[in-house]
Design a protein around this ligand. Structure first.
Ligand code: KG4
Ligand code: ZN
Length: 347
């Protein structure tokens, strides 16, 4: 089944075509394209929702045209459309959802609404469809930090989550307060490469309590206070970025270990924007080696928001017969645990 995926929940317009029948030397992913609004929002130090919606309106259709041409896929060969229906910014979601739903109607093919975090969670399977269920998923993005026990597609049990800032949000806010670029994750990570180990040691929040929840807001404040009372030279800044990143990574690793042991599972999947972080990838590889477990990440470009993960998740659900009728809606606050396994929709 050949599916067009559309992602527009925040500040990236992502489109892709996934074909479950590809194989035979051809990759499942026939093509993908991304338009990032980063420069548009950079001067505000964060995403401006109205600007995001308007830019999705301008970019989505031309990007789909470009994708079809580049991947040499005829529109009339598509068999389904998947779009992100939440969680995310209401206006931004509505753009992708209405375009996706309208295209499917015009082409006379089914459409399906996809949960953005399910897209992230399944992203490592795009290149590695043999990853077996069950696994523990660490979802680390700008809006979410969650540990989820995944029994199958749509079968998600929340084990723990952030009680305040998400990991990506902590990176973004810390970067902003330290005068670094937006988005904060990559800029802190680049600066941290020049930092020295052992100069500062920051707290690992909530690791001395039982449970699998997180809290990164205090660490952000601790980092900013340290920054304000430090020398403002480049080396001090890099040392602070290093200590902050090390504390986030360490905290995530400690909780991953705890989660794997709690549910007696040997497989960890890590996804979402922060899973692009090199130090996190390295640390989790070390962790699973010691535990005799395995860890899977998406390829770096599919860690952050993209259309491929929506096309892939959509393909799985459409193949099972799940569809969205014409009266589509978006759900800006949509808990992952509300999802169910794909089921045939009866109209
Ligand atoms: O998944 P994503 O693209 O969007 C959401 O669904 O939120 O995640 C974006 C987040 C941002 O907070 C960004 O700063 C963070 O992922 N991020 C990183 C890195 N690359 C992106 N954080 C740490 N290190 C990185 N290399
Ligand atoms: Zn995301």
């Amino acid at each position: 089944m050949k599916v067009l995926g559309i992602e527009s929940s925040c500040d990236e317009t992502g489109v892709a075509i996934y074909d479950s029948a590809a194989g035979m030397g051809k990759e499942g992913l026939l093509g993908h394209a991304l338009y990032s609004q980063v420069t548009l929002h950079a001067e505000y130090g964060g995403v401006v929702p109205e600007l995001a919606s308007r830019d999705h309106v301008r970019k989505t259709i031309p990007l789909i045209r470009e994708l079809l041409a580049d991947s040499k896929v005829a529109a009339d060969s598509l068999q389904g459309v998947a779009y992100t229906a939440g969680p995310g910014l209401a206006g931004a979601l509505l753009v992708g959802a209405s375009i996706g739903r309208a295209l499917a109607w015009g082409w006379g093919i089914p459409a399906v609404a996809i949960h953005h975090m399910e897209g992230h969670l399944l992203a490592p399977l795009i290149d590695n469809p043999d990853i077996e269920f069950p696994f523990v998923a660490l979802l680390v993005s700008g809006g979410h930090t969650q540990l989820v026990y995944v029994r199958g597609v749509g079968e998600y049990k929340l084990l723990g989550e952030s009680l305040d800032d998400a990991a990506g949000e902590a990176f973004d806010k810390t970067a902003k307060l330290m005068g670094l670029g937006y988005p904060g994750g990559p800029s802190v990570a680049v600066l941290a490469e020049q930092g020295r180990k052992g100069v500062y040691r920051f707290p690992r929040p909530m690791v001395d309590r039982p449970g699998l929840d997180f809290s990164f807001s205090g660490l952000k404040t601790f980092t900013v206070n340290t920054f304000q009372s430090s020398a403002k030279d480049a080396q001090a800044k890099a040392d602070i970025a290093f200590a902050f990143e090390e504390a986030v990574v360490d905290t995530l690793a400690i909780k991953c270990k705890r989660a794997l042991q709690q549910v007696a599972c040997k497989s960890l999947v890590v996804a979402g924007g922060v899973s692009a972080n090199k130090r996190l990838r390295l640390r989790l590889h070390e962790l699973v080696t010691g535990l005799d477990c395995v860890v899977h990440f998406p390829r770096p470009e599919f860690c952050t928001d993209n259309g491929a993960m929506i096309a892939y998740a959509g393909c799985l659900r459409l193949q099972a017969g799940e569809t969205q009728d014409i009266s589509f809606r978006v759900n800006p606050r949509w808990p992952l645990s509300a999802l169910t396994a794909p089921t045939k929709t009866h109209s």
